[in-house]
Design a protein around this ligand. Structure first.
Ligand code: ATP
Ligand code: LTN
Length: 337
């Protein structure tokens, strides 16, 4: 019993190498990953299998995957503390995904809002992978007996599905999977586009003014914040219906650590212009060290690969036990070699 309570909890999360990470990815997920690695057993993956649900150029995907690893390291993921690997380097993800897909209902997947959204945006390529993608995500999580999954709020529905699949499987076969909990930040769980504050900030947005990339330079960041869409009010105050200002206040709060009351006080009697400039400078200051570190790391492919090889070995070892147990439970004959 005591051993159980002393066991460090397991964290798993993934990010798709579909482009340069945005401030949304950073505040919604990566910043939490960095903080959690101090107290948990953390496993982080660049989920390249997920990325091909949308058509990718192979050479670009390879580059983006390595750059994603470099960006995570530059953002503070420490390979001495956390496991970091590329998803395709551990075949257990695809294998468990197949089994779990036989325990997931068509109707459940049909309700996933990300599928509805992405299939509208990529109407020429509504492939089966896009539809079954949440099952692969469930496999990612369940393979490692994950307790907590730090994600932005857009992933909550997928996580609930992973919990349902785990509970259903456990209901039939006994206690095979740990049922994971979401870990969603209180502020910035959904950073909105600067160009359209009703829309989520997304790295695959065609409008580059909508997102702050972690690699944008200082001038670009400040310019994008200056142009950020807000309302016609002038008073810096968090209120319903002011999605543009609410978004900027949330970003500023997450990056500076100040709460909304302190921010309102700081900008009393000042206009939106002053506020936008201040948020831009604050974000630029926070992202500058990441960009500098990325410039160094991204040149060192040998180092990036060594981190990922070690991470993949660890991930394979950790996940093998779960996969073997699942194969046994569903009735597969164990291979003898
Ligand atoms: P894409 O644009 O390719 O769909 P994405 O920018 O939505 O990708 P993902 O790789 O799907 O990013 O997500 C990685 C993590 O970042 C997830 O935990 C997700 O919840 C989080 N995240 C993504 N966008 C935001 C956002 N705007 N605000 C907060 N968290 C976000
Ligand atoms: N589906 C997520 C990325 C992702 C993930 C995961 C997150 C894939 N596997 C496992 C947490 C845990 C996304 O599209 N944002």
């Amino acid at each position: 019993m005591e051993q159980n309570t002393e066991r460090k909890k397991v964290i798993f999360s993934g990010i798709q190498p579909t482009g340069v990470f945005t401030l949304g990815n950073y505040l919604g997920a990566i910043k939490n990953w960095k903080e959690l690695q101090e107290d948990y057993n953390c496993i982080f993956s660049v989920v390249d299998l997920h990325a091909i649900t949308v058509r990718q150029d192979p050479a670009a995907l390879r580059k983006q995957t390595l750059d994603s690893v470099a960006l995570l390291l530059a953002s503070g993921i420490d390979p001495q503390k956390s496991v970091l690997f590329m998803q395709s380097h551990n075949s257990a993800h695809a294998e468990l995904s197949w089994v779990l897909s036989c325990y997931t209902q068509f109707g459940e997947l049909s309700r996933m809002t990300q599928f509805k959204d992405k299939s509208q945006r990529h109407a020429d390529n509504i492939n089966a992978g896009l539809f079954t993608y949440p099952v692969l995500m469930a496999a990612d999580i369940l393979l490692y007996k994950t307790d907590l999954v730090p994600v932005g709020v857009d992933q909550k529905q997928h996580l609930e599905l992973a919990r349902n699949i785990a509970e259903r499987f456990n209901g039939v076969y006994g206690n095979v999977f740990t049922v994971p909990e979401p870990y969603i930040p209180k502020i910035s769980a959904k950073v909105m586009s600067l160009a359209d504050p009703e829309k989520k900030m997304s790295k695959s947005d065609e409008n580059i003014n909508g997102f702050i990339s972690l690699l944008d330079d200082r001038d670009t960041i400040i310019r994008k914040f200056k142009r950020a869409v807000t309302d016609s009010d002038t008073c810096v105050r968090y209120a319903e219906g002011k999605s543009g200002i609410n978004n900027l206040m949330s970003i500023y709060s997450s990056v500076s650590g100040k709460d909304f009351a302190a921010i309102e006080k700081e900008f009393e009697g000042k206009g939106y212009g002053d506020f936008k400039l201040c948020v831009g400078e604050c974000v630029a200051d926070a992202l500058a060290p990441i960009r500098e570190e990325f410039a160094k790391l991204s040149k060192d492919k040998a180092y990036l690969m060594s981190v990922c090889s070690e991470g993949a070995q660890f991930a394979r070892r950790l996940s093998r036990r779960t996969l073997e147990k699942v194969y046994h439970k569903v009735g597969f004959v164990k291979a003898e070699n």
